[in-house]
Design a protein around this ligand. Structure first.
Ligand code: ZN
Length: 210
């Protein structure tokens, strides 16, 4: 398993390319933009097929590159939780800060639900519904990595003051992540990576939940 990190788009949302090196299957997580760097990250890693475009949630800074990514990799299935699926069609409630940007609408191919498992080559990706930042926020767990979107960041958590945010719901979602046994690398939607163990010890919001 190989993971490339590319901050993309107007708010530098972390886009991740997750690659199963045994088969060359890849997933692109949260393309906030599509540019040459993302193309090179795919091409330089012997990717044979991009199977998925996985979305942790529907905020514009995470989905603005979905249309172009899909145009470049038409076989990739676009997956988003049912509660945020309308964002891909340009629902205005999910712009966050980005009032001046236009979204090219895309129809989702897969509607995600809590507990679903996706197969990426020989890798398995588990979907955990983690609402709070948005109603359709999810975390993707693959091997020892959690792609946490805007649910958990390094020593903090996602904002809940946007439309569809709910702080109590976010804390319940964090409890779900805390139930995961052992340690994981946390790859968040913005800024630096962390580990679940570091967050258990040093994140005041996670400590509140234990
Ligand atoms: Zn967000």
């Amino acid at each position: 398993m190989k993971i490339c990190t590319l901050p993309l788009g107007p708010l530098n949302a972390n886009c991740y390319v997750l690659i199963d090196e045994t088969t060359g299957s890849a997933a692109i997580i949260d393309p906030g933009d599509f540019n040459e760097r993302l193309k090179i990250a795919v091409e330089s890693n012997d990717v044979k097929s991009v199977d998925y475009i996985l979305l942790t949630h529907g905020h514009y800074d995470h989905i603005m590159g979905v249309k172009k990514t899909k145009d470049n990799f038409p076989q990739a299935k676009v997956a988003i939780h049912e509660n945020d699926a309308n964002c891909l069609l340009g629902d205005d409630l999910n712009r966050g800060f980005l009032h001046d940007f236009q979204l090219e609408p895309v129809e989702p191919d897969i509607i995600l639900q809590d507990g679903m498992q996706l197969q990426l080559g020989n890798l398995k990706i588990d979907v955990i519904h983690t609402p709070g930042h948005t109603k359709g926020g999810v975390c993707f767990v693959c091997g020892n990595a959690i792609f946490s979107g805007d649910t958990v960041f390094y020593h903090t958590v996602g904002r809940t003051d946007f439309e569809n945010g709910d702080y109590n719901e976010l804390l319940l979602s964090i409890k779900k992540l805390l139930e995961l046994k052992g340690d994981y690398t946390i790859l968040p939607g913005h800024d630096r990576a962390s580990t679940l163990e570091d967050e258990r010890m040093n994140n005041p919001y996670l400590r509140e939940c234990q």
